[in-house]
Structure formats: structure tokens, C-alpha cells
Ligand binder design. Structure first.
Ligand SMILES: [Zn+2]
Length: 281
């Protein structure tokens, strides 16, 4: 188990932990300072051999008293993907992590997508007899409505392989920020990376935590929340969401679980002047 938030068990479901693009490629408007800042604040996230940013691809499995909830489903197997490490995979690590958490696919009650990018929806479906079918046969899939509309209009392979089959199976539910899943889990609005992007607030007793999704990609963005990430669809909106999330997390003394932060990807943020300090836990 990764941690407990009050009575909620949080398990890490890790699929990949390898280098991706370089800081200069990922933060093109802030390229001159990005590598130095990441080296100073998140050195374990820089790959010594490729110089790329190491990007864990992970979901978080939540066990509340009422539900088993998977937040984000990573890249998946057999999917078409422009990124070679993510293309046509046949990996076993994701499902092994689920098993280690004591969960089989049929035990999952909800799959919650923070947004519909390819590295967050892959295990929504699996290939069976040449057809994409929901991996989690008894789950409701919660999909941010604004993202569904956006990605349906673009209709790339990720939507076709990992989102549409779940909708066609009648297992998807379009949701908006503020949506509550039982007493412990609330979707909070963090648009910008994608139009309907949500982060996930966990509350149990006096404990709070937030799963960032892609509101941030490295803890260096706590110190530099104004950096523009290459794949933020609306950069200024993403910056505003990131700042608000960091402010609220700092004020509420929440644990922060960063979906793409260097492992262990868990800590707290503290306001420091115009930015924030990350402290790993
Ligand atoms: Zn991502």
C-alpha cells in the first residue's frame, strides 16, 4: 500500500517508469531554465543516460469503505501510439500491480479518468478476439464531459480504442467537476491541460489528499507554476489551475499525489513567496 488517507487505502498501480522527452522539449517557453531547475528540485526525475524527464505512468487504486476506484488507467496493451515506448505494448506490470493490491478487474467499481490523454485511459479497454472491450466488466467509467466532447471531435486512435468502446458498452458516465463518488472522493476542476481535466480530492476524517492528474508533471513546477507544458492545450488556463490547486493544497495541508512526479510521487506543498516548495514524504 502506498498510503492511507484516513480510512481510504491508496495503492500505486505502476505501468512504466522511464525517460520521456527532454525538459527543453517539454517546457519550450522556459527551456533555458527548465533543466537547471529540475536538476535542483527534482534531480531523480532526470535520466542520466538520455537527459529525458523520467515520467512514471501510474494510476492510483483507492479502497474506500464502499468502493474500489481506479484513478487513471495508464497506457494499456496493444494500443496504437505515436510514442514508441507506448506503442503496441504487451506489458504485465499494470495487472501485476492490481493483483498485488488484491484486486482483480471484476472487483473494480469505478474507473475515474482525470482526462482523456492516451497515458490515462489505456487499460480502460483490452483487445479480445479482435475487439476492444472494457477491461473492468463491472465498473462504471467516469469521464469528464468536456474532454469527451473535445476528443470525440478530434477522434484519434486513443479515443477510438480506449474511450468509445466503453461508451458503446453502456459503462460510461459523463461527469463534471464537483461530482462526488461516495462520501470520500470529489472531482475538482483543473482545466487547461485538457478542457475537462479534473484532479481528485480524497477526504476521510480529518485527512485530505489530492491526486493531481496532469495539472503538474514534475515537482519542479511547484517552484515554477507558470511554466507552460508542451501538451497543455490551453497554457494560461493550465497555469491558473495549477496555481489554484497548489494554493488550496498548501492551505488545507493536503497530501499531494503527483501522477507523473518522480517516485514515490507523494508529498506536501508549502507556499513560498509567489511559488511553492515541495517536500517529499
Ligand atoms: Zn499524462
Amino acid at each position: 500500500m502506498l498510503c492511507k488517507i484516513g480510512e481510504i487505502e491508496v495503492w500505486r498501480i505502476l505501468e512504466l517508469n522511464g525517460p520521456y522527452l527532454t525538459p527543453e522539449e517539454l517546457f519550450p517557453f522556459d527551456a533555458s531554465e527548465a533543466r537547471e531547475a529540475i536538476n535542483a528540485h527534482a534531480p531523480s526525475q532526470l535520466c542520466p543516460s538520455t537527459g529525458g524527464l523520467i515520467l512514471p505512468i501510474q494510476g492510483f487504486l483507492l479502497k474506500t469503505s464502499a468502493h474500489v476506484i481506479l484513478v487513471d488507467s495508464c497506457v494499456g496493451n496493444d494500443k496504437d501510439n505515436a510514442h514508441p515506448d507506448w506503442n503496441q505494448r504487451s506489458g504485465k506490470r499494470f495487472m501485476a500491480s492490481m493483483t498485488a493490491a488484491g484486486i482483480s478487474p471484476r472487483n473494480v467499481d469505478y474507473v475515474l479518468c482525470t482526462h482523456l490523454h492516451t497515458d490515462h485511459v489505456g487499460w480502460n479497454t483490452k483487445l479480445e478476439d479482435g475487439r476492444w472491450v472494457p477491461t473492468f466488466p463491472n465498473a462504471r467509467y467516469l469521464v469528464p464531459a468536456a474532454d469527451e466532447q473535445h476528443f470525440r471531435d478530434g477522434a484519434g486512435s486513443s479515443y477510438a480504442q480506449s474511450v468509445l468502446p466503453v461508451i458503446e458498452a453502456g459503462q460510461a458516465e459523463m461527469v463534471t467537476p464537483g461530482h462526488m463518488l461516495g462520501d470520500n472522493v470529489t472531482l475538482i476542476s483543473t482545466p487547461g491541460h485538457t478542457p475537462g481535466h479534473v484532479s481528485v480530492l480524497l477526504r476521510s476524517g480529518s485527512s485530505e489528499a489530492v491526486i493531481t492528474g496532469d495539472a503538474l508533471h514534475t515537482t519542479a513546477q511547484c517552484w515554477h507554476p507558470d511554466w507552460h507544458f508542451k501538451y497543455d492545450i490551453d497554457g494560461p488556463m493550465a497555469v491558473a489551475s495549477r496555481r489554484r490547486l497548489l494554493e488550496e493544497s498548501s492551505e488545507a495541508d493536503r497530501k499531494v499525489l503527483g501522477s507523473h512526479f518522480a517516485l514515490p510521487s507523494i508529498g506536501r506543498v508549502f507556499a513560498k513567496g509567489d511559488s511553492f516548495r515541495w517536500e517529499e514524504q
